[in-house]
Design a protein around this ligand. Structure first.
Ligand code: HEM
Length: 143
């Protein structure tokens, strides 16, 4: 990721990083198989859980993780830290039966959300694509 790309990811992420529950809702709505892996939400109507405290808690965990990795991006000296965080995320999710394909679904839903909610364009799209290629390749090593 170039410094410019890291800045584009950071500035666009800032536009949506406070929409935690909205982002998780969009992911579950597009991919019910992801929702089904969460013991607390499996088999429940998405509309009835989306405003609960448990939903907000999970949404905040996921979005905070993304914020943490994004904050580290664009600095070579942070590469080892990113690698550690994302490989651990992959291993923790593998233990829950989450698949590489589901991470791919999450990526698709996240990019669709960004496209609809941030100032989008070719450069922003390319920056996110590169950032997600890099991090998902790390996750795939332990998933
Ligand atoms: C926790 C499922 C993707 C970040 C969890 C939990 C489940 C889960 C079942 C445990 C919830 C609990 O405590 O009851 C999934 C599924 C995914 C997915 C099915 C399919 C794509 C992601 C992605 C991220 C993420 C892409 C990061 C951006 C987290 C975090 C936690 C968590 C930070 C809490 C910390 C932990 O327990 O590891 N996830 N997840 N998840 N997930 Fe995911």
């Amino acid at each position: 990721l170039t410094a410019d790309q890291a800045n584009l990811v950071k500035s666009s992420w800032k536009q949506v990083s406070h929409n935690e529950a909205d982002i998780l809702y969009a992911v579950f709505k597009a991919y019910p198989d992801i929702q089904a892996k969460f013991p607390q939400f499996a088999g429940k109507d998405l509309e009835s859980v989306k405003d609960t405290a448990a939903f907000a808690t999970h949404a905040t965990r996921i979005v905070s993780f993304l914020s943490e990795v994004i904050a580290l991006s664009g600095e070579e000296s942070n590469l080892a830290a990113v690698n550690n965080l994302v490989s651990k995320l992959g291993a923790d999710h593998k233990a829950r039966g989450v698949t590489v394909a589901q991470f791919g679904e999450f990526r698709t839903a996240l990019v669709a959300y960004l496209q609809a909610h941030v100032s989008w364009g070719e450069n922003v799209a390319a920056a996110w694509n590169q950032a997600l290629d890099n991090t998902f390749a790390i996750a795939a090593t332990t998933l």
